[in-house]
Design a protein around this ligand. Structure first.
Ligand code: ZN
Length: 290
């Protein structure tokens, strides 16, 4: 009798110890995150949920099933979000299943001082109208969400050249502070072919007041890339492009001081550091077995 009682206690203890593996477990790496830095999210949970998502600061991203049966994706705070404590929440079929606390801080990326044509600081009524029109079109793309992923391999930096201006640098234009740099500037001579960073669908081709000839590509699962100041664009909205396919040429259109490629990445609407994103997308594609 005593023996079966201790066997029962033993079984109970094993059950209690094993229980956490039945609940959802959420890992976010790294836990100290710079504004604009994407983090890898890993969620392991029982059952067969249909829609699994992760959320940070109100931005949601769909997770995809990895080769180990757990769910993977990335979340990122925007370049201008608040610093301090934040929470990553994981949801399965609309219900929160796990949460993880992280810390957000601002990286010091120095400052840049640019001198540009004063027409880019004091906009004429026509320029202002054009700028507002451009902005509306771009926001419509950034606000859209294609749940299916079109990228099955890691992202690639469009140019293999020197980064002449880092992501997140404070910008002083003609002496006035403006928004920090939301992309990275890659060195490139005018006319250098610009390839797509990953497979996707061209979402917008526009000659915008500030960013000149601009292309936005929607890669699905909340990832959008931007290519600014192009001298020429050779793709049309709605066109599917492959990673490495030429979409335009380096130029100096819009508010610039010389030819270069401004390359940017948005993740669920947050501006993220393209260099961090390229590195993280490599890890993600491994975990997803792409
Ligand atoms: Zn730039």
């Amino acid at each position: 009798m005593r023996r079966s009682w201790s066997a029962f206690l033993c079984a109970l203890l094993i059950l209690i110890l094993a229980a956490p593996s039945w609940a959802a477990s959420l890992q976010v790496e790294p836990k100290r995150l710079a504004l604009g830095q994407p983090a890898l999210v890993r969620l392991c949970l029982p059952g067969r949920p249909k829609v699994v998502r992760a959320e940070l600061n109100g931005r949601e991203i769909a997770l995809a099933k990895g080769t180990d049966g757990c769910w993977y994706g990335a979340v990122a705070p925007d370049l201008q979000d608040k610093t301090g404590g934040a929470v990553v929440r994981a949801k399965a079929d609309g219900k929160q299943v796990a949460a993880a606390r992280i810390k957000l801080f601002r990286r010091d990326r120095g400052a840049r001082r640019l001198k540009v044509d004063p027409k880019y600081l004091k906009l004429s009524p026509e320029a202002l109208k054009r700028y507002q029109r451009d902005r509306k079109k771009m926001l419509a793309v950034f606000g859209s969400f294609t749940p299916q992923s079109q990228w099955h391999t890691a992202f690639k930096m469009p140019l293999d050249s020197k980064v002449v201006s880092l992501f997140g640098r404070r910008s002083f234009i003609n002496g006035k502070e403006r928004s920090p740099h939301g992309g990275i500037d890659l060195r490139g001579a005018s006319g250098t072919p610009v390839p797509a960073a990953a497979d996707g669908t061209v979402a917008l081709v526009i000659d915008a007041y500030f960013s000149g000839n601009t292309i936005l590509i929607d890669h699905g699962r909340g990832v959008i890339t931007r290519y600014l100041h192009l001298s020429q664009t050779v793709v049309k909205p709605g066109q599917k492009v492959k990673k490495g396919e030429i979409i335009g040429k380096v130029g100096a259109t819009g508010r610039v001081t010389g030819p270069h490629l401004d390359f940017g990445v948005k993740l669920a609407g947050a501006r993220v550091d393209p260099q961090d994103w390229v590195a993280l997308s490599r890890v993600l594609s491994q975990r997803l077995g792409d």
